[in-house]
Design a protein around this ligand. Structure first.
Ligand code: FES
Ligand SMILES: [Fe+2]
Length: 434
């Protein structure tokens, strides 16, 4: 349980708030590359950390991320004309380049140099891992480019996707780092059939066996290990033969998480605040050494399109105002939530908490240890920054590319932390953020 004040401290991310300033010290993915497919194409509206912005790809292919309101008299530049290395406001023709300079003011007096005095807010961007990333922090503190696993792989071995989530970023993040909901929210009644028992031995289990364990052994021992980038979260469940089923998730501050999966191949997610009531999830799927073919990408695109409202493709199809199209028959016979696919199950539980969950009313139990630690770490990093202590990783000192999640069976007496050490890299057990 948090006080109202603590809850506000963690959930408010507009400019000038401690958490907002922490977020602004990291490169964050905010758009897919394919959303700005061509030079001089249509601009896209982007709202990030409470700021209304537009993104556009200029004549040379450079991506600009600039304030939406024209500095002249505030008309929206979203409607502007993107041409000849800049975007022109349709009101009086002032034109801006990707760096925020006013490069043309055709309606100004002949001979005037007023345009040289006009600048708008613009943020540096870069393209990596199928996404466009932005840095919204102070110019002299810009970190080196992101270097997570997906950033270092060839682009054709990565697929990125983007999803709006209609609630505060924190409850969505807490869901990514909550290993105990697996056996309920993501359970299928069929998982209880004890198939694939030959995988009850040290090694990587079949997905079927892994689901059998999480679906029948509802209790998981949760343990959290601090690392220099955030933490690793271990969930250990007993198998019928007395082995240990170990799932490892990782968190890199402030909002990157690795979903537990074999050798880390299951996905890396980030939850960037759009504003305090909405966030966006950008997910990365990696397949090292096995490029995705164009057919596979097309199939993924189509699958994703079906998740959005045909009447308004910016909106998710399943959402609170249509009760997530829950199927009560499926709930009785197929899976407890009666909602598919899996990610939509998560959106249902996190969005129904309210736009900003009231954490003064919660009742946490042992299974929430990683959630408590997440809040402590975020708050600590934000407070540190207020005192001038740099957040972790912003000086390029952390080998982020080595972070891996895991999903594995180990022997009854094996130490799960040794598996974690293999999956991870730089951490020393017990190391704390200072
Ligand atoms: S409001 Fe944009 S040019 Fe006048
Ligand atoms: Fe989930």
């Amino acid at each position: 349980m948090l006080t109202q004040q603590e809850n506000e401290f963690l959930t408010q991310t507009n400019r000038g708030t401690p958490m907002g300033e922490l977020f602004r010290r990291y490169w964050q993915p905010f758009l897919l590359k394919e959303e700005l497919p061509v030079n001089d194409g249509d601009p896209v509206r982007v709202r990030l950390l409470g700021e209304d912005l537009i993104a556009f790809r200029d004549t040379e292919g450079k991506v600009g991320l600039i304030q939406e309101a024209c500095p002249h008299r505030g008309a929206s530049l979203y409607y502007g004309l993107n041409r000849d290395c800049g975007i022109m406001c349709i009101y009086h023709g002032w034109k801006y380049d990707v760096d925020g300079n006013c490069v043309d003011m055709p309606s100004d007096m002949p001979g005037s140099s007023f345009k040289e005095k006009v600048h708008l807010t613009s943020y540096p961007t870069l393209e990596s891992a199928g996404a466009i990333w932005a840095y919204l922090g102070p110019a002299d503190k810009q970190p080196p480019p992101p270097s997570y696993w997906m950033n270092l792989l060839p682009e054709d071995e990565v697929v990125a996707n983007r999803t709006p989530i209609y609630c505060n970023y924190l409850q969505s993040m807490e869901g990514n780092l909550d290993s105990t909901h697996l056996g309920t929210l993501h359970h299928f009644y069929d998982n209880e059939i004890p198939e694939d028992q030959e995988y009850d031995k040290p090694g990587h289990p079949s997905r079927r066996f892994s689901n059998f364990i999480t679906g029948t052994e509802k209790y998981a021992r949760i343990d959290v290990q601090d690392t220099d980038y955030g933490y690793r979260l271990i969930a250990v469940r007993k198998t019928p033969k007395g082995n240990q089923h170990v799932r490892i998730n990782c968190l890199a501050l402030p909002v990157m998480s690795w979903i537990a999966s074999q050798r880390g191949l299951g996905g890396i997610l980030t939850q960037l605040p759009i504003d305090d009531h909405n966030c966006m999830r950008i997910g990365f799927r990696v397949r090292p050494g096995q490029p995705f073919t164009e057919e596979e990408r097309q199939a993924i695109r189509e699958e994703r399109r079906a998740l959005f409202d045909p009447m308004d493709p910016k909106l998710r199809l399943k959402r609170m105002d249509n009760e997530f199209l829950q199927d009560r028959d499926a709930q009785r016979s197929v899976h407890p939530p009666g909602i598919m696919p899996i990610a939509e199950q998560d959106y249902c539980v996190t969005e129904t908490m309210g736009a900003i969950m009231d954490r003064t009313k919660e009742h946490l139990y042992h299974g929430d240890a990683a959630i408590v630690r997440l809040r402590q770490m975020l708050a600590k990093a934000a407070r540190n920054l207020q005192e001038g202590i740099e957040p972790p990783g912003v000086q390029g000192e952390i080998p982020y590319h080595k972070i891996r999640s895991e999903d594995i069976v180990i022997g009854p007496d094996d130490d799960p932390w040794l598996v974690a050490a293999d999956a991870g890299e730089t951490a020393t057990r017990g190391q704390r953020l200072r």
